[in-house]
Design a protein around this ligand. Structure first.
Ligand code: ADP
Length: 561
């Protein structure tokens, strides 16, 4: 096993961190090993949601929980991290990337989401063996192998091509549990832990055949399944980490090295699998994270410790099976305990949590509003970023930084567009639509015969005789454009496009013969308010043919001209 931290180093770190008086809330985690790691740093566990600097919980963080965080607090999940942690979401995201980058994203077995992709997967029947997984289960629950998918095509499953050529050690199939710390999503910072676990199946592996498809202890490497087998050997000695059915990652790497395999290349491939997988959701995750972020002096408020499950095939190519957002921190064996305790300890150290931001926040809260600081400038943010990066390099312990690293330029192509780039892309598309609109308009203008003939308002028509569409044709407008009034209450005719408003807003039209006292010509119609007898005298409008159509006010007692 890799010696992650010497006792001397640990003592020095403890001295440094003891002064910090950090409080951690462990109310929502069942794993004791986290508290044990906290005790090594002499930090305190608190049930308080306000006092604590760190929340550690076993389930996803909800938007509401994230919003409630105080600016100095951190939590061990990112909002939206189910996009990696749920099998169906991971399938959707990696398939999307594979469509764009087929050669770079070929580390995930071909996967389909049922029932949505039932047609696609139906065609593959007979060519391969499938491993069928319930969307939301874990620890191998409900997983089975099959050749025929017909009975399941309308159910909610994730179906994967079964990798039938795994790399075997002692004739047994195994998979690797790699721990990955996503320390920041924007800017992206990913760390891989150098120690992990290798989980072995308990029955010797034979290529899948009809009669062995049901043998879970042969085809599945889950600890939860295999530990129930009578053949399972627990590792009881941390000094012999290459024994039993759960071993250390480093012991397997050493075995491969001893067999003459290129372990360095394998590790590089694994790093790429991890970075590209996280890149597939970086856009969504950073949007969720940044859209609700506090004015918090550049504190990285979320972090996530993922468990990546990797299977090696017979040519030593690493395949991603799944990503666990809450990897198990149960410690059944001394080896388990030693690896997981070190992992948590190194994670807490790398986070570099300090008490100063909390103090600053509380002081600011007491100060009047005008004395509170404004948001960090871009320059300050960059300075802060460099400072954090330098400290990270000092506090790596068992971690290695895998993003950004020397492959940063290669990874750039998989990055989602940056906010500014996205804005310019949207503007470009907007321009394209505008140009298209213009072209179409020109085409329409060139074919006037295809349009309905424009109606003209004759002098014996009231405005309400025209429906909204005719008015639009008459005025050539389809929107109401507010006009300033012309002199003596005359309005240019275009203002009556407002008649497109609800009927109730249109003045009642009364024919002249219904109002004998107005003595108007028989053919002429006028717009008047409701019957004069019922209301106090109100102005009457009539329409007269002038250059632009207009209303003209006439007094009730005035005669029509
Ligand atoms: P769970 O979350 O229930 O553990 P996994 O996707 O990790 O589900 O699958 C469980 C086990 O099944 C893995 O540990 C591995 O041994 C085996 N397995 C999963 N997918 C494949 C595959 N495509 N090819 C071969 N074996 C697989």
């Amino acid at each position: 096993m890799i010696d992650l931290m010497s006792l001397q180093q640990l003592a020095q770190l403890q001295r440094d961190f003891r002064k910090r008086k950090i409080l951690i809330n462990l109310e929502q985690t069942k794993y004791k090993v986290i508290e044990e790691a906290v005790q090594l740093l002499e930090w305190k566990v608190t049930p308080s949601e306000i006092e604590c600097h760190i929340f550690w919980k076993d389930t996803y963080v909800t938007d509401e929980e994230y919003r409630r965080l105080l600016p100095y607090q951190r939590i061990n999940h990112f909002p939206g991290s189910y996009m990696l942690g749920k099998k169906n979401e991971l399938c959707r995201n990696l398939n999307r990337m594979r469509k764009m980058f087929p050669d770079d994203y070929d580390f995930f077995p071909r996967t389909w989401q049922l029932p949505y992709q039932s047609e696609e997967v139906r065609q593959k029947q007979g060519t391969t063996i499938f491993i069928v997984k319930p969307e939301a289960n874990c620890q191998g629950r409900g997983i089975f192998l099959t050749k025929k998918l017909d009975p399941f095509l309308d159910k909610h499953y994730v179906v994967q091509e079964y990798l039938s050529n795994p790399f075997l050690i002692d004739g047994l199939k195994f998979d690797l549990r790699i721990y990955v710390l996503l320390k920041s999503i924007y800017p992206l910072k990913i760390f891989m832990y150098q120690e992990g676990l290798a989980r072995f199946s308990t029955k010797k592996y034979v290529k899948p055949q009809k009669k062995n498809l049901g043998s879970v202890t042969m085809h599945l490497t889950n600890y939860a399944i295999n530990k129930r087998s009578k053949d399972f050997i627990f590792n009881n000695d941390t000094n012999k980490d290459d024994v039993g059915h759960k071993r250390s990652l480093s012991s397997v790497l050493k075995y491969l090295q001893d067999q003459g395999y290129d372990v360095k290349q394998l590790l590089n491939q694994i790093k790429q699998v991890i970075v590209k997988t996280i890149q597939s959701v970086q856009g969504e995750l950073s949007h969720l994270y940044r859209s609700q972020q506090h004015n918090n002096d550049g504190i990285e408020q979320c972090f996530e410790l993922f468990g990546f499950d990797i299977l090696l095939d017979s040519s030593l190519k690493p395949w991603l099976l799944e990503v666990n957002h809450t990897p198990s921190f149960s410690t059944d064996t001394p080896l388990d305990k030693s690896i997981k305790k070190n992992l948590i300890l190194d994670t807490l150290i790398l986070l570099d949590v300090k008490n100063k931001p909390k103090k600053k926040y509380l002081d600011q809260k007491r100060a009047p509003i005008y004395q509170r600081p404004i948001k960090m400038s871009l320059e300050e943010k960059e300075k802060n970023y460099t400072k954090i990066s330098l400290l990270e390099d000092k506090h790596l312990n068992g971690y290695i930084k895998i993003y950004p690293d020397e492959n940063k330029d290669y990874y750039e192509q998989f990055m989602p567009p940056k906010p500014k780039e996205r804005e310019s892309m949207i503007n470009q598309q907007f321009e394209q639509v505008k140009n298209l609109e213009k072209t179409l308009k020109v085409q329409v203008d060139m074919k006037p015969t295809q349009l309905k003939p424009i109606k003209r308002l004759s002098t014996n028509q009231s405005f309400s005789d025209l429906d909204g569409q005719s008015l639009q044709q008459l005025t050539g407008r389809n929107i109401v454009i507010p006009q300033t009034r012309t002199t003596s209450q005359q309005r240019p005719f275009s203002s009556i496009t407002a008649i497109n408003r609800p009927n109730s807003a249109i003045r009642k039209t009364v024919f002249a013969n219904q109002h004998q006292n107005l003595n108007t010509s028989q053919n002429q119609k006028r717009l008047v308010y409701p019957p004069l007898a019922e209301f106090p005298p109100k102005p009457v409008y009539k329409m007269i043919p002038i250059k632009t159509f207009s209303f003209q006010k006439i007094e009730n007692n005035q005669k029509n001209e």
